[in-house]
Design a protein around this ligand. Sequence first.
Ligand code: DNO
Length: 360
Amino acid sequence: MTMEMTMRWYGKEYDTVTLEQIRQTGYVKGIISTLYNKLPGEVWELDEILALKKEVEDAGLHLAGIESVNVSDAIKTGGPERDKDIAAYIKTLENLGKADIHLVCYNFMPVFDWTRTELDRKREDGSTVMAYNQDVIDRMDPKKMFDTIKNDMNGTVMPGWEPERMAKVQELFEMYKDIDEDKLFDNLKYFLEAIMPVCDQYNINMAIHPDDPAWSVFGLPRIISSQAKLKRMMDMVPNPHNGVTFCMGSYGTNLNNDLIATVRMLKGRIHFAHIRNLRFNDGMRDFEESAHLSEDGTFDMHGVMKALYETGFDGPIRPDHGRMIWGEKAMPGYGLYDRALGAAYLCGLWESIRKDARKL
Ligand code: DNO
C-alpha cells in the first residue's frame, strides 16, 4: 500500500517556495497545483495542463493532482449559465484525464472559501499562525471580511480570496439569497451526475473539500460539514469517483465531528488528505492552527493517520497550513519551513504505523 506525500505549490509566478526546495525536503514526492489564471467556467486546454506537468516533472517531482478546479457560482446556485459551465468543466476533466491526472479537489462553499479572522496571530514563541474567532465574525459585516485580512497576505494572492472575486461580494450574496442547504445539495447532485461519466472514462477521482469552518457563517448554507451530510453526499451519487478530500483542519473545526469515525465511514471514498492540527482556546469559538504535532494542538494525529492506513488510504496526502517560522515571508499557511516539518512528521507516523501493522 502506498500513500504519496505531496505539497501544494502555487506556480512560479505566485509561490515564494520553489520546486527545487520542495524536492530537497526529501519527504515530498508529489505536487498538488492548479492553473491559477483560470476562472471558474473556463476550459483548461490540454497544452496548458501538459506544460504544468512538464514543469513539475522536470524538477524531479510528480504532479499528483489538482487543487482546485473551481466550480462556478452558476453551478453552485443552479443559475442560467450552469449547463454551459458544466460543459466546460467536463472538457477540463477530459483534458486532465488525457494528461494522466486522476485527482481533482474542489469545494461547494457559497461566497467564501475557507474563513479565518486573523492571518498572523502571534504565538508565545514568536511564530505566527492563522486563527478564527467567532465573536469577530458575529460583529463583522460580511462584505468587509476581505478588508480585514487583505493587508496580511504578505503580498500574495490567497486562493478563495482573489481581489476580483471579493470586489463582487455584494453581488455574490445576492445570488445565494434563495439557496438553502437542500438546494445546494440538489445543485451538487446535478453537477456530480453530469460529470461522473467523464470521471469513469478517465478514472478521475473527485474530492470535495469540507467547509471551513464546518458550520454556517454569515447565514450561508454549508453542506460538507458533518458525518451525516458527508454520508448524504456520498449516497446521493454512489459512484466511487464521487469522493472526499479529508481536510481534518477544516472538518475538525467542529469538535462534534469525530475525525477517526469519519475516516472509517468514508473508507474507499477519501481520495486526498489534508492533515493538520488545531488548538482550541475557547471551545469552538476561538481556534488557531498549531504545529502538526499532536501535543501542540487538540487532534490525535497518530490516531487519524492510523485510521487512514487501516482503511486502505492510498492517495496523495499533504501537510496543510503551517505556522510562519524562522522569519519566513510567504503566503499565510503556505510557507516552506513548517510544512516541511509537517511532512517529515507525517512520514514518520506513517512508517511506524505501517511497520507495526506488518508485525501483526
Ligand atoms: C485552504 C484550502 C482551500 C481549498 C479549497 C478547495 O487553504 O484548503 O482553499 O483548496 O476549498 O477547493
